[in-house]
Design a protein around this ligand. Sequence first.
Ligand code: NAD
Length: 523
Amino acid sequence: MAMTAKELISTNPATGEELGRVPITSSEDVATAVANAREASRMWALTHFEERAQLVMHAREIILSEMDEIAKLISAETGKPVSEAISMEIVPVLDLMQFFARKAKKILRPRRVGIGLYSLLGRRSKIIYKPWGVVGIIPAWNYPFSIPLGEAAMALMAGNTVVIKPAESTSLTGLKIGEIFAKAAFPEDVVTIVTGAGETGAALVAAAPDKIMFTGSVATGKKIAEGSAKHLTSTVLELGGKDPMVVFADANLGLAAKAAVWGAFCNAGQSCSSVERLYVESSAAEKLTKLIVSETKQLKQGIGTDDDVSVGAMSSERQIRIVEDHVEDFRRAGAKIETGGRRNADAGVRAPLFYEPTVITGATNEMRGMREETFGPTLPIAVFETEEQAIELANDSEFGLTASVWSGDRAKARRVAAHIHAGTVTINEVLYTHGIGQTPWGGFKNSGRGRTHGIEGLFELVQPQHIHENLLPLAPDAWWMPYSKNAGQTFRKFAHTFASGSVLKTIALVPTLLKRIKELIRE
Ligand code: NAD
């Protein structure tokens, strides 16, 4: 890849230390990368599933053998603890890779489609699945390994080639993904990494790959949609969230408290499906809050390479300012900061990027930190009185990525879950289902369009092709030309009989049908 003189500097947010420099790929080079990937896709689409699976499994072995090095790189570029990089990125993506390597062939096998009474006319339909060609992947920085790598593995198994533009602050992790695929001996141009910031992402969109898998903010998602519209490029948009956790008084409160703490503070709160709002039934509010505050106070914050650190640095000054803004707004609006609520001056070498895990009570849906995505280590708690109110509060958001419902009464929890508008609702569980590659991931409302992961996610990476066959190509179809009075009468009878789907009614149509066909043969 030819490069311009411009480069990006990757730094460790916890220490401020420079980790490396990467070139900014020019727009021309991005276009060339997509053109080369398209050329390579013709050959790649012809490979057998077994061949693709073997290479994906080889890449998986490489990840396993380099796990510690990879986890340290992820931690250094994002600030998250090394152990969390393993538990929340490496383990899930390894599972995803083996799943799609083993199952893609079966999921994408040609499928017969029932065509009702048309089959009585000797017709058959089947669907075969064709790769799009080139899939452009534009991820965010918060899960810089598992998200682009997982999407790439799925796209590759479906027969596409991929061009990945990692988020600018995690470019080294992105390049590592490219290195893994290269080491696994994927053919040239089947996986390409281009590096740079928003302009490079925009250049990738402008280069018109056949599908774009985007993960990031709503604002950028809209730009991607706009840019994609120029070429009618199909997109999957995985956007922000403001995920509610609803806790009823009959829930296991000890467990709910631990779940809330992990759900709100893992990755320093920078998960799209973080618990961003907690609603607790008023009778349990005091007890749950005490448990949450006590759990939170036990968390050690610091540099991610220390084994006992649970909460690392935030990714950037921009991100920490949003957190400060929201916490300030909570204060001004009369909510109470139970613990945290400030930068942590003692956590690391570069203290400004650590924000203490913060628990807030007295929150209401009118407050900014309950409406806009905070994407930081805050856990605002609000109370509700009734089941209906809990549903209403949870749904009162422009977002709908995930939600969780906590109750000892399963029927109630399932009832509430069914009324929540979100792509995923977990019951007595929180956040982690992005880690289940087998299940679909995606949002309702402004949280996104389309799906990644699961069968639904794999279908996003292929185009269905309908193959329809006439097994008895002996006579013209009754609906062909020329039309006549008899034709008009026949079509009216079709409407009453054939189109009813009833075989019995349609039998009555046979003489009319034969008359019409004879008429066509005579013409
Ligand atoms: P962002 O939108 O700023 O950037 C995301 C990616 O888009 C980056 O690679 C960036 O370089 C690129 N980009 C920026 N401008 C672009 C443009 N004009 N054209 C093309 N590409 C462009 O988002 P972020 O701050 O990196 O990520 C945080 C957001 O991501 C949060 O809102 C979070 O909820 C969301 N997110 C969602 C999911 C999900 O699965 N729904 C997962 C992770 C993160």
